[in-house]
Ligand binder design. Structure first.
Ligand SMILES: CC(C)(COP(=O)(O)OP(=O)(O)OC[C@H]1O[C@@H](n2cnc3c(N)ncnc32)[C@H](O)[C@@H]1OP(=O)(O)O)[C@@H](O)C(=O)NCCC(=O)NCCS
Length: 180
């Protein structure tokens, strides 16, 4: 990334409102047709802000933001222990990338890659080298993950509001060799 690129840093509690904003803006612009319209309409800054405060303050979770020179938070990633023990995956993954969002006007300049790497580095610093994530099956941006060394490792069905959705899992068996 060039020196004018947003810089990646660990998130602080004061970032939670801006992270909630990026989260909701991304869901409404990118996930329409996957998540139900009423779910998207009901997304609440207050609820998402609390979610990110919990992640930032959690003993086992981590959050990172990309901040431009304004300074404005233009992207985020969060990670922590793998959450869905019921899903059958091709491999053993002890960590999960929970959220990855880059604001629409900050994309395709390497921010997403650096946010994934920040999460992987944070996990590696705790001795965790495998990582996976869930995304909507059929979502146009899913070819992003193979560009970063991820491979498809599973599928599941889940409910968002009253709609059944089909999820796809990407995984990195060893982030030190395939991502970092
Ligand atoms: C997916 C997302 C995080 C990518 O962020 P980004 O900052 O644009 O990605 P980068 O610029 O770091 O791109 C890294 C690589 O992936 C490629 N890439 C980026 N977006 C892509 C897309 N939509 N489809 C295919 N490839 C993509 C880039 O060309 C680049 O490839 P390279 O290996 O040739 O350099 C971003 O588009 C986003 O926030 N999307 C909406 C939310 C989302 O999908 N989140 C993840 C699911 S939880």
């Amino acid at each position: 990334m060039s020196e004018n690129q947003p810089r990646i840093r660990p998130a602080r509690p004061a970032d939670a409102p801006a992270m909630a904003h990026v989260h909701i803006a991304t869901w409404r612009s990118d996930y329409r047709g996957f998540a139900p319209d009423d779910y998207l309409a009901a997304l609440s800054i207050t609820d998402e802000q609390r979610f990110y405060e919990d992640i930032i303050g959690g003993p086992e979770t981590m959050a990172f933001v990309a901040e431009d020179c304004a300074p404005r938070v233009v992207g985020l990633s969060t990670c922590g222990p793998y959450r869905d023990e019921g899903a059958l995956l091709d491999g053993e993954y002890s960590a999960e990338l929970y959220n990855l969002y880059v604001a629409a006007d900050a994309r395709t300049s390497g921010v997403g890659r650096e946010l994934v790497r920040a999460a992987a580095r944070g996990l590696a610093s705790r001795g965790v080298r495998s990582m996976m994530l869930w995304t909507f099956d059929g979502y146009a941006s899913n070819s992003f993950y193979p560009r970063l060394g991820g491979r498809i490792v599973g599928r599941r069905q889940a409910m968002i509001g009253n709609k059944r959705v089909h999820d796809l899992a990407f995984g990195w068996d060893d982030t030190l060799t395939s991502l970092l």
